[in-house]
Design a protein around this ligand. Structure first.
Ligand SMILES: [Zn+2]
Ligand SMILES: [Zn+2]
Length: 340
């Protein structure tokens, strides 16, 4: 006679899985993962839909495990503990971010740059993510979440963290006039941080996107316009969230001598060639890759003190493909969140 398993959760779960890049996610019933050593089993309460998910689904990021459950802005309850888990108990509200595992031993990990670990694993890309009822995650890379509902917290887990890392890379609260290109999930969080620090936010949207422009104005931007428009003042720094390479020379042409342009996305269309004078006078161009756990701890402590408020658009899990398509087409402001 078969004995009942120790796991008290369901045996199977609903999940949206990617089998073939370029094709829609497939709704499926799959086994609930078992938490391995050091892992927590998380019942997903909310999972944000990030532009990186689009790059995975569209095949622009070329090394997913297949099939894969996307999603790396996960907030849920710890449902079961694997062996040797420290720091979390059953019932805790946790966030599971993009950085899922690092080696801890390479030169980058040792130097506090675990975001650059060549062996790093990523949630919803090389590990299964949160477009499902449950996910298993290495507890060392999870964050405690408090001060927010699961739905409101989900976008903080990537849009918030990457925006924060980009903002720090752009000089933190030092630049007075801060340009933000692409006013979606990341920008709407970052704008609140910058405004709270007394910075002036210049928001650039798709030309004619009045909904995004009104949204940016409502969040305190001092100037809003299309990405084809020239701001009335030099910018001290600029952050690109739109995955559009054409915006790199545009942003460089808008920052003052010595100003910095930071690209926050993981993928971007090709950058066109541009005259050296746009980079001349000690302007600089940086990319931001992934996150460190320190970014997460700092930002998740900072966000409720401002307090950052996220604007979310909930979708049922089964409508993940619709949510991705709406994101691609810019059909909503703020952040899409799947609710299993
Ligand atoms: Zn490493
Ligand atoms: Zn993301």
């Amino acid at each position: 006679m078969e004995r009942p398993r120790v796991l008290e959760t369901a045996e199977t779960m609903r999940a949206m899985r990617l089998h073939t890049p370029g094709e829609p996610l497939v709704p499926e019933t799959v086994s609930v993962p078992h938490p391995g050593t050091g892992e927590v089993l998380v019942r997903v309460l909310a999972c944000g839909v990030c532009r990186t998910d689009l790059h995975v689904v569209d095949g622009e990021l070329t090394k997913p495990k297949l099939p894969v459950i996307p999603g790396h802005e996960i907030v849920g309850r710890v449902e079961a503990l694997g062996e040797n888990v420290a720091g979390f108990e059953i019932g805790d509200l946790v966030g599971v971010p993009w950085l899922g595992w690092t080696c801890g031993d390479c030169e980058h990990c040792r130097a506090g740059r675990e975001n650059l670990c060549p062996k790093a694993e990523f949630t919803g890309y090389t590990r299964d993510g949160g477009y499902a009822e449950y996910t298993a995650a290495d507890a060392r890379y999870c964050f405690a979440v408090s001060g927010y509902t699961a739905e409101a917290a989900a976008p903080l887990l990537c849009a918030g963290l990457i925006g924060y890392r980009s903002w720090r890379m752009a000089g933190g609260d030092e630049p007075h006039r801060l340009g933000v290109y692409g006013f979606g999930a990341a920008a709407h969080i970052l704008a609140q941080v910058a405004v709270a620090r007394g910075q002036q936010v210049y928001a650039f949207t798709r030309p004619g996107d009045t909904a995004a422009q009104d949204f940016a104005r409502r969040l305190g931007a001092v100037w809003v316009g299309g990405a084809d428009e020239t701001p009335p003042e030099w910018l001290d720094a600029a952050i690109l969230f739109a995955p559009v390479g054409d915006l790199v020379p545009t942003a460089l042409s808008h920052v003052r001598p010595g100003g910095r342009v930071v690209s926050g996305g993981i993928h971007m269309s090709d950058i066109p060639s541009f005259p050296y004078r746009l980079l001349w006078e000690e302007r600089s161009l940086h990319s931001v890759a992934n996150l460190t756990r320190r970014d997460g701890e700092e930002f998740l402590a900072l966000a409720p003190t401002i307090p950052v408020q996220t604007e979310t658009r909930p979708y049922p899990l089964e409508q993940a493909n619709q949510a991705l398509d709406d994101l691609r087409q810019g059909r909503f402001t703020g952040a899409a969140v799947l609710i299993p």
